[in-house]
Design a protein around this ligand. Structure first.
Ligand code: GCB
Length: 598
């Protein structure tokens, strides 16, 4: 009998019990937040993971051991250790962790009253960079990539009392990682987004996609995937405001596709209409707020809802205003995107990785079109399969999380990557994948350009052939000459496609005033913006811009004392929200083109 129980438990625990699962619209589900204080152990030598021969230690910190008698020698104790707040990066919470890159163990204890006939999942909004997750001493799995969600099923493992989750979080940079060793932003480590326990019926709506038909305003198309379903399960789509109530039946894989006529008010920056959409299977219900719009290109223009649109944008990092830490909350999103609106933007580039869900929800609500990207940045290991697989995972996790957000108009696969054949193959693979996952949005990449003579900038990166919209970063007036150099430059491309200047800019320390040729002064940055805007206006195939950047942000590459102090100063606002002179230059320009366009 005992043997039977052991075999049975072995089957449960070694089978696919802990497979990663997807959730549609988390917010509306039965869930318990595990945010708050987590106990932590700082472990620079990964002593809680490896033994002295650098082999995985079967008695690692994940066991959360305590001495049982006076001779038990346990050399760690979560409960006597310090705490960190989750969600949050560790760098901004404890002085000694400001520059820390390595392993920190997190532990959270909790009780859980599971209902009958339900399944239970543990979901992390994001952990930077690698997470190995354990529950009650059992490994659930691991995840690599710092900006996308992942979940594990814990139905069989979770108990009523005294559960403990242990997470090994490691943010060491590595050459094969995505991003790689070198970036221009702070490597904020930790459990940086919310942690939730989600309880679902045994069969639940795992994923869905609802969009306006690409080529018509008259039809809504989509699909629903029911997880754990028998085929033939009834599923309904309800949009009360449109008086739409449709009933479908799942096929043998638990999914269904639909298309029905609808007379929707289109989502746009001027009128960001969102509809309450309710999806229900036999036992499960999911609600979402969804906007309907189309996005496409014709020649060198971008069309929103069949009308040409110019993208008045700005780039943003996911850094919190006033506190210099990772942003996560709705308040952070409201402040950042509030400034974006104040600038007169209708577009925002969320650089250089997928931002938290609050940013997208706010963008949907405020009517801001969004460029969303994965951290394939600079010199990734193009020939490494591990790197490719990881980039590809981050791409699908981004698209799967956000494909119902009307605000997102384009997916970007890379930023300023140097030309080579392996790089082209790598990025073509990602583009194919993005199109297969979402055929309705535009694909782009921030590319570089080069001079064909001293006054001609040429965009002819071979990647241009495979994207829908050309993205291009340029720093004329900063890394490339003085601001007035822009007056002499003409732009050319070999492609008949719209162009977004996805970055331009220069640094200024807020409050540093001098003449317009004094580097780091607000006047230099102001002059740079004036010259840039005058140049950009003359590009006939220009469809938008997202200058670099809304707010000053932390970067380990920016060391100049008294000026940078570990901050990239290209913000139009300081980290305290003070507006620099260039802010008003861009604001005025956007106001002018907005009134011309309307
Ligand atoms: C770039 C990068 C961006 C940097 C910026 C800069 O081209 O895409 O991540 O922060 O330049 O400030 O140099």
């Amino acid at each position: 009998m005992e043997k039977f129980v052991i075999i049975f438990l072995f089957i449960i625990f070694s089978s696919n019990t802990y497979a990663q699962e997807k959730f549609a619209s988390l917010g509306e589900r039965l869930s318990v937040s595990l945010d708050g204080n987590w106990k932590i152990i700082i472990d620079p030598y990964e002593n809680g993971y490896y033994d002295y021969r650098w082999e995985e230690n079967p008695d690692g910190f994940f066991k959360n051991e305590k001495p049982h008698n006076k001779w038990d020698r346990i050399e760690y104790d979560f409960d006597k250790s310090v705490s960190l707040i989750v969600p949050g990066d560790w760098n901004s919470q404890r002085k000694e962790l400001f520059l820390y890159e390595g392993t920190i163990w997190y532990k959270k204890s909790f009780n859980f009253q599971k209902r009958t006939n339900t399944r239970v999942f543990l979901r992390f909004g994001a952990v930077n960079y690698q997470a190995i997750v354990y529950l009650n001493g059992k490994k659930l799995g691991s995840h690599e990539g710092g900006f996308t969600p992942f979940s594990f099923e814990i139905t069989q493992l979770v108990r009523e009392k005294d559960n403990f989750i242990v997470v090994k979080v490691d943010n060491k940079r590595c050459a094969e990682c995505v991003p790689t060793l070198n970036t221009d932003w702070w490597n904020y480590g930790g459990i940086t987004r919310n942690v939730t326990i989600v309880e679902t019926p045994v069969s639940f709506i795992g994923d869905y996609c609802i969009q306006l038909h690409k080529a018509s305003f008259k039809n809504i198309n989509g699909w629903i995937q029911v997880n754990g379903s028998r085929c033939g399960q009834p599923v309904t789509v309800d949009i009360p405001e449109l008086k739409i109530y449709k009933r479908y039946i799942t096929n043998s894989t638990g999914s269904l596709h639909f298309s029905f006529p609808a007379n929707v008010k289109l989502w746009s920056p001027e009128n960001p209409v969102l509809y309450d959409v309710i999806l229900a299977s036999e036992k499960d219900t999911v609600r979402d707020l969804i906007g309907f719009r189309t996005i496409e290109t014709k020649g060198t223009q971008i069309f929103l809802n069949n009308k040409p649109v110019f993208l008045r944008g700005i780039s943003i990092h996911e850094e919190a205003p006033f506190r210099s830490s990772r942003a996560n909350s709705l308040d952070d999103a409201r402040i950042l995107l509030g400034w974006v609106k104040e600038l007169g933007c209708n577009f925002v580039r969320l650089a250089h990785y997928p931002h938290n869900e609050n940013m997208l929800k706010e963008a949907d609500r405020l009517g801001l079109m969004v460029w969303s990207e994965i951290p394939v940045y600079w010199t990734i290991k193009w020939k490494s399969k591990q790197t490719y697989d990881n980039a590809s995972l981050q791409l699908s996790e981004m698209i799967e999380r956000d494909r119902n957000r009307a605000s997102i108009i384009c997916w970007s696969v890379s930023n300023e990557t140097p030309l080579s054949k392996p790089r082209l193959e790598f990025l073509k693979g990602l583009i194919r994948q993005a199109r297969a996952l979402d055929s309705t949005r535009l694909i782009t990449a921030a590319m570089e350009r080069h001079y064909t003579d001293e006054s001609t900038q040429m965009i002819d990166d071979p990647l241009g052939e495979f994207v829908d919209v050309l993205g291009c970063n340029e720093y004329i007036g900063w890394y490339d000459g003085l601001p007035n150099k822009a007056d002499t430059i003409r732009w050319k491309t070999i492609y008949q496609k719209p162009l977004i200047i996805s970055e331009f800019g220069g640094s200024a320390l807020y409050g540093l005033h001098a003449d317009s040729l004094t580097v780091w002064s607000e006047e230099y940055q102001e002059s740079l913006y004036k010259h840039q805007l005058a140049m950009l206006q003359k590009i006939p195939f220009l469809s938008g811009m997202s200058p670099w950047i809304l707010m000053d942000f932390r970067s380990p590459r920016r060391q100049l004392p008294g000026i940078q102090d570990f901050r990239n100063r290209k913000g139009l606002l300081s980290e305290h929200g003070e507006r620099k002179k260039a802010f008003y230059v861009l604001q005025k320009y956007y106001e002018e083109i907005r009134t011309k366009q309307e």
